[in-house]
Design a protein around this ligand. Sequence first.
Ligand code: UDX
Length: 451
Amino acid sequence: MNVCVIGTGYVGLIATAVFADWGNNVVGVDIDKEKIDMIKQGKMPIYEPGLAEVVEKNVKEGRLTFTTNIGDGIRDAEIVFICVGTPQDDTGAADLSYVWGAAEEIGKNLNGYKIIVTKSTVPVGTNEKVAMIVKDNLKKDIPFDVASNPEFLKEGSSVEDMRHPDRTILGSNSQKAIDTLKQLYAHLNTPVVECNLRTAEMIKYASNAFLATKISFINEIAQICERAGADVSVVADGMGLDKRIGRAFLYPSIGYGGSCFPKDVAALYRTSTDQAYDFKLLRGVMEVNERQKEYYLDNIVGELGKNLDGKVIACLGLSFKANTDDVRKSVALTVIQRLRGLGAALRVYDPKGTDNSKDHLGDANIYYASDSYDAVEGADALCILTEWKEFQELDFGKVKELMKGNYVFDGRNLLDINTIQDLGFTYFAIGRPTNGTKKISSKFTRSVLLS
Ligand code: UDX
């Protein structure tokens, strides 16, 4: 099939590569000339395992091209995917200006019947407006259909996620559009949910909000475990064995971040209030997520004091999760900024996210280390902020020798309690009984009992 993908961000670029790899002729379009030039030279604008190889292979085999000209991009396409960004605006709602812009350009350049499909995460009702904008910009009366086909890929495993999705959601008011899209995905043999536009749009938000709810739920359980002397990791294992619950997304942390969950949860909450409904549970999910990093910082301040002047803190992890260089809405960066605000000198390291972090953090009071061992040298405390596997595999005997102090604040429950404590570290984890957390738990319990 001939396919055009508008937008070459995470969703768009991966979609171009995977659609082409399935044997389709694909044109990727982006208004950012620098980005398109870069991709044409085989350089990926994002780090994503396996992506560069799939793009290179399909470009070489002639199925995948890139352009900045939307007219050229859509000319031969049967299906046009809108994969542009939908960032959060000042009110918490999704900023849809890129979606409207793409719809306008598609309308102006439409040269025959096409199916216009939104893959970006967009609030309920967006695709109906896309149809209106396309129609308003047509130069002559050309038929087209609109569909919603949300993408569920995760950064860090996006190529594999798109190749092997759990389900395909096809929302449209046109059976012809749904049948054509079914052909595109036919070889996958995954369940297809056929529905109307609004239902498809809602499925994506409901899914992301539910996953965020799981994270906030386990973060709350972790708080109770910490105080009650239970181990949240084992609690999550035990819960996860129930097939109705599942083990995924029950990893406590310093809170969820990234370019999707914070904005999508806020946007769904905004949709609920727009519909005169207060989605209480979601409000709680967001509050818990904010509070989680405060607890983490409280532990550090509780041990090192509120004035961190003269303290050196090593931070391992900058990206919002492992296996990505993406630092958008990364809680790690927020924690680092807060520690810097309290006067700490920071030594930071991330396997992939350092360059992107420099734009956000600058250089003041921050040393960008060349590796983890370089980061921990002379540090009073070590903070683990992202769950990169290589942090788990460090020689902590060597880390102990290199550090000045002995505090480890593990924001991802990455390390083995016994190994770390046997080496003489004071270890703080999230919701696990360690020599560090016990102290905080008792302090908290005391203050609650006294209040
Ligand atoms: C998410 C959705 O998973 C994906 O389906 C959607 O298409 C886009 O948004 P992504 O943002 O790439 O994907 O990352 P994800 O793996 O979901 O993690 C989001 C955040 O939650 C990260 O900060 C991660 O560290 C955190 N997280 C995840 C936890 O704190 N605990 C968990 O158990 C899982």
